[in-house]
Design a protein around this ligand. Structure first.
Ligand SMILES: [Zn+2]
Ligand SMILES: [Zn+2]
Length: 328
């Protein structure tokens, strides 16, 4: 079968590989859809820790073709929660499973979804409806990560929520903050993404921080940074009202530094949080995709083949692109 593997930093290719072996506790799915995420580009560039020779793809769903010893039905559509924690380390024991010392992530530490077939632990599979658009399942993982961030922000009805970044995470955060009762503004330079944000429920869209200041002179109660850009992380405090909170969801390259003024954060008692992965949120994400609470059809910019995947991952996303989905 064909699979897109990261052989080394800067070396990604689609090659013939053996059909996955069914290990104890695993199931095998025929992959229907796998999203290309910023993390895949970070992995390619060596900006995120990787394991050489693994098949990438951590945002995917498909049809079960071998259920192993599990009670999942062959033929069921499932989404994979890629993060498999050990349950035994000190962080797992403290309930912080996303910080597990032994997390084995499907699509990073073990072979993932940029392949015709993928094996992963049965207990990390979440059932999706049979009549769901097969492409939608690829959004469960980014939605699960966004739910964790929005949980951390503790959005309360009527609060002003600024989402920075019009990519997948930003456009999912807009919808979640709306669903929580927030008054939501989206900041993105892209006018296409502003329109998309408005159509997905943003109450206001702005293209620059000055425009946000005009909209909310005191700033937002909550800023959710989803761009993963040093400049937008650095500007977040200035866009937050005193006593407000910031959640960083965007992934910056490892080693990147950002200037912050601790005095300002202290004097105005601004809480700054960092949200990592999807602890206990994948089932909620799958449910929200399944019942259409979260709309993802407009987030699909294009579908591509496994043969095209290396080129797409090795290059920056074209302007205006929200998500490219690999259909093996
Ligand atoms: Zn991702
Ligand atoms: Zn652990």
């Amino acid at each position: 079968m064909r699979a897109t593997r990261l052989f080394d930093v800067g070396d990604i290719r689609t090659v013939d590989v053996p059909y996955p072996k069914l290990e104890s506790g695993d199931i095998i799915v025929r992959v229907e859809a796998a999203g290309i995420c910023g993390t895949d580009r970070h992995l390619f560039k060596g900006e995120f820790p990787s394991v050489p020779g693994k098949t990438l793809g951590h945002e995917f769903s498909g049809i079960v073709v071998d259920a192993g010893a599990s009670d999942i039905k062959v033929g069921a559509r499932v989404t994979c929660d890629p993060n498999t924690w050990c349950g035994a380390c000190d962080q797992c024991q403290a309930g912080r499973v996303n910080l597990c010392r032994n997390n084995l992530a499907t699509g990073i530490g073990r072979d993932g979804g940029f392949a015709e077939y993928c094996a992963f632990p049965a207990h990390k599979a979440h059932i999706l409806p049979e009549d769901l658009d097969p492409l939608y399942g690829a959004f469960c993982e980014p939605l699960a990560c966004t739910i964790h961030g929005v949980d951390m922000a503790q959005v309360r009805a009527g609060e002003r929520v600024l989402v920075i970044g019009g990519g997948v995470i930003g456009l999912l955060a807009v919808q979640l903050a709306k669903a929580a009762g927030g008054d939501v503004a989206l900041l993105t330079r892209s006018t296409d993404k502003q329109k998309l944000g408005a159509s997905l429920g943003a109450d206001a869209t702005v293209g620059a921080p000055e425009d946000l200041k005009a909209h909310w002179p005191d700033g937002a109660d909550i800023v959710i940074e989803c761009a993963g850009v040093p400049a937008t992380v650095a500007m977040s405090p200035a866009l937050t009202r005193s006593g407000g909170r910031i959640v960083i969801l965007g992934v910056l390259p490892q080693g990147e530094q950002v200037p912050l003024e601790p005095f300002d954060l202290l004097f105005r008692e601004i809480q700054m949080h960092f949200s990592f992965l999807n602890p206990f949120t994948h089932a909620r994400a799958a449910a929200m995709i399944a019942d259409g609470t979260i709309s993802v059809s407009k987030l699909i910019t294009r579908t591509i083949s496994l043969e095209d995947a290396p080129d797409v991952i090795a290059n920056p996303a074209p302007a205006g692109e929200v998500r490219a989905i690999v259909v093996p």
